[in-house]
Design a protein around this ligand. Sequence first.
Ligand code: NAG
Ligand code: NAG
Ligand code: NAG
Ligand code: NAG
Ligand code: NAG
Length: 926
Amino acid sequence: MIPLPSAPRIVLLATYLAARSDIESLTTLATHHSKVLRQDLLLRILLTCLPETLPPSHYVSLVQRIESASFDIDVQPREVDWSSVQDITDDEAARKVRKLRLLPLAGENAPTDASNDPVSLFLIHRAHRVDQEAGLLTQLPDLIVPFLDHAPCIRTWMVSTLLPLLRRDHEYYPHNPAAQTLADFDRMSDQAAVDLLLSQTGTSQESLPHVGRDLRGLLGPWLYNDARWRRGDENNNYGGHDQPPNHTICPGWEHVLEWITLQASKSWEVAVKAVDQWDGPGDVDLGGYASMWLEDEEQEYLEQRYARAALASAYLIPEASVEALTGVNSIITKIMALLDQDPCPTLQVASSLLPPFVDPDGEQLLCAKNATYMRNDLLAESNPLTNPNGTSTQLLHILTLSAFILSKGGVPCTVRKAGELAFLQDEREQKAEATKFIHSLSNNGPKSDDRYWIRARNELLWLRDWGAEEAQDSSDVQAQGIFGQLNKEFLEIECLKAFLSNTRYSLARSIYEDAPEKPLDSDMLRDTIVSAAMNAYDNASNPHRGRGGLLKCDDIIHAFPQTLGETHPASKRIEALLRATHALSEYRLILKKGEPFTPVVLRVHADPISIVGKVLEQNPKSYTRIQDFLEIGANMVDAGLLTSSKSRQSESAAEIAWQRSIVEKRITAMCVDAALTEDDFETAYSYVVNRLATESNRFSAKPGNGFTSKGAATKSSLATITDEYSWKAALQAGKYRRTARTVKPTHIGTASGNLDIRHLEQRIECLATALRVAPPATLQEILNVFRKCEEELNAAVKAEEAQESAWDDQGDLQVMPGAFSSTVPAGVVRSTKASSARHVEEAPMSLFDLSRASMARAQRNLTALSSLQRSENARSDEAHGEAGDGSDQPRTRKRDQLRDTAIGTLASGVGWLIGAQPADRGGERG
Ligand SMILES: *[C@@H]1O[C@H](CO)[C@@H](O)[C@H](O)[C@H]1NC(C)=O
Ligand SMILES: *[C@@H]1O[C@H](CO)[C@@H](O)[C@H](O)[C@H]1NC(C)=O
Ligand SMILES: *[C@@H]1O[C@H](CO)[C@@H](O)[C@H](O)[C@H]1NC(C)=O
Ligand SMILES: *[C@@H]1O[C@H](CO)[C@@H](O)[C@H](O)[C@H]1NC(C)=O
Ligand SMILES: *[C@@H]1O[C@H](CO)[C@@H](O)[C@H](O)[C@H]1NC(C)=O
């Protein structure tokens, strides 16, 4: 019979059995010696000696026996192997037991409500150790679950501590387990715990579908613990959020909300997914371990704060894309459902409905001071924008819809940006955005579809007043929309411009001209049409009016027959511009090196007529199409290219006529020059005598004719425009000398068969024209040429005569006006005396000398000139009368005519010089 073992030996044996995981023997030992192996001692032995690697299933039943203290029931009496403590004396055993250092049941951070409960303390401490020493977190449910009903603190700990960490490390993110142990986790601050649980949430694209799961499966259970909650009176100003006094708060929850709003501002998709996938604090997954309830007050608090954080997130999302805004709207929809409000439509639907925003509370919210709430204190209870009620959700929806319409139209806009436009009502900002929006409409979407444009216009107008005008059926409501400061007319005009630049002519007409209620008054409409037409014109690259920009311009001015009929001055002006431009399209024309001519160059050219000169230069023989060029010039005048738009208004018909005639002369002169350059003297000559000579008669080349009385010189530049062209061209033609390259005349007509003589006569005729139209200061120069030319003619005639022996000398009339003979200087007399038998031909010579020598005298008495003219005429009549056979009569007459012309010119020219009225020109003046 073995003596009863001493208590130390029993304890020592129990530790040996525990260390060897011999649960069966230990159970037997405990059954036999329950007086010694009391509950807490046994639990401490298990906690201290049982290897942590031993699966809990092996010892749960023992713990259950310990829990229920039911050792004597149905335990088979069996032998315990005492051999391990056989050789130890009782004293030794007592000494060894004292050195055992068994662990206390209560670990660090043991739940306070478990302090008198050894089993609960053991379970939690054991769990910490299994995790810490063996890393066998996954086996812990086997240890804990059997004891869920043991005490509430075990269930709470299981759900709010073990379950979240277990899911986080082994179920949800097994590849990224937390470094912290279960014990670490148990003593973490709320902030650190939230950060740990959500540290992998939404960090990758693959994890996005699981954001809601994480909140439901990690945060949800974690919150189900009274330890997470504080009463407001303990710490009222928790985390800077001004809670009402005695408000229940959950600091951990505040961290979750901060996490959500942080996601909104740095990776918006995570925030959107969070709200989308998670139905809020009521939506928790306790893993079947519990069905716990929060207090109503707690639940209410969690939901209100959650809704606020969701609304805050909407304002924080920095991404301006259709996707992000769609996400924002899904947040709003979710929160509305959470708050039991009527759901708002999707943005797609809302943007076609364009609902009015007429919430009186919301309108009060919309003031500049409240804009700061979009940036600051978003989670604060005092923030009216995130206060989860009908007002804030409606306002947020309308802002989101506004941002959506802009973004969809190609102008990315965030909710906050839309909010700033609406809150601050800064006109410049609004205008910039509206303008961007309208421009970008042309680059996005089916721009050849009228429905697209109708919708775009509706959206644009809605953005101004958010439908208030329509809803209240009155146009004097203060527009509150994101374009609230902009005139409706401004938007309509911009819209119309977009229609026109996208060739939506009939749509534009139906809205702006045909509709019974006209969005724009007719002046505005007309101005817009004209400027759109000019824009199209300026943007054109091809001067052909059937192509591109010019076609557009043409179409635009004809698209509004009631507003801009063909007889309207603006229509006429643009029509003339199109004609002029189109006519130029038929020619080769390069203004700058390598750059082909574009229409806008013509419109803005400082001297558009000079372009005709370029055409003449660059297109051989084009001078023969003088009629084309004259038309181009006339169209340029009619198009108003020669006057600034300011002075255009005040231009009189007479001024325009004057301008036209100057242009006509200038272009003719250009053609003369071009013809001469291409050695086509005949054409140049014909232009001089047929065009410059006759046209010049209508207007004097001198300034001050007929216009000074109208005061034109004082305001318009017209008076300073003078005909500097005709005389120069005529002079140029007069200077031309025949060469071998000169184009031969195609017909000789009645003139001399001698080409040299004929040419000289033609030159003289040109010079005579020049004399008639030239300003006084230039007369001398022309006369020099004239004289030389006459000398040459004389020489040519003499040469011809020398060959014509049959020529009969017909008297030798040396008629010199006596009144002058005595005053003519010696040189002049000499040259007169040296004249040949053909005295008739010398007359112009003396005339010239007269003009030079007697200028001073003539200034003193003009009648001298008149008498000269008379006597010259008489003399030439005489000469004609004496012409016998008449064979040279046409030539003589012709020369006489020339001389007459010159005399007349000189008389009037000199007369003008001295400030007297030329008798023969006075009649022309009106
Ligand atoms: C807050 O709670 C304290 C103590 O619980 C109480 O004395 C106080 O009246 C409460 N205050 C309010 C505003 O309810
Ligand atoms: C801001 O919003 C609140 C809440 O609707 C409103 O009462 C107030 O008039 C608004 N303006 C300012 C300056 O706070
Ligand atoms: C919503 O809250 C704001 C600010 O807190 C308040 O001005 C507004 O009247 C409230 N609206 C509703 C419908 O309760
Ligand atoms: C301007 O011209 C370009 C091509 O020449 C064209 O793509 C564009 O639409 C035109 N813009 C306007 C406003 O007509
Ligand atoms: C020119 O002569 C006429 C008559 O011979 C005279 O009446 C007139 O005053 C004179 N003119 C000048 C400017 O001397």
